[in-house]
Design a binder for this molecule. Sequence first.
Ligand SMILES: [Fe+2]
Length: 254
Amino acid sequence: MMTRRQAIKTTALVTAAVAIAPAVIGQNNPVPATAGAFTLPPLPYALDALEPHIDARTMEIHHGKHHKAYVDNLNKAVAAHPGILTALRIEQMLQELGGGGVGIGFDMSKKMSELPVNIRTTIRNNGGGHFNHSLFWQMMKKDGGGEPKVELGKAIELSFGNFADFKTKFTEAATKTFGSGWAWLVLSKGKLAILSLPNQDSPLSGGEQPLLALDVWEHAYYLKYQNKRADYIAAWWNVVNWDFVAERYTKLKV
Ligand SMILES: [Fe+2]
């Protein structure tokens, strides 16, 4: 049974999560999930806004086909198990997949563990795909790039020495991600860390909070860059929306 302290903590964290990225989940899914409740969030810019670094055709397919498929498949899974899943937001689902969101405050792992393995796998892949891409679109912008300022900039210097070294390490994580996956800058127990995770696995499932993400699935770059993932990664730094990332850090570091 959840203690009062746990309940307070859970409530506070759910509230914080809603406030963190309203454009990601809150605006599109302001109520607990029901069948069909998850929707494809619109891109926060035109399809060609990230040209020449990321081309419009790639953005069109990546967002309109790949991301949409994750949303559709997630909705099917929720519709099949409304008793458990309608009570959970996508962040909670992903956290619970990792064993109850230890240190995060949610206490619903037993409910999630009641789900068939194939449904949990669907949530891991498609729920992760929806959450990750929803963040990813906002982590980029037209005329982005440069370096983060204020708190995040200082935190990166403290954790990695300087921005150039951070960029090198993050690039290396993205480059060496085997097959399909993502490179992440996360908050892990209050500290910055770089991760490489496979497929659509979310840092949330490991108890970490994502700050910056780079999709290195081939669908993210193959039309323009073919097999040259390194060129895509180098170009991507020019569209990073550091304002968005820094804002997430400020809100999540507490
Ligand atoms: Fe993707």
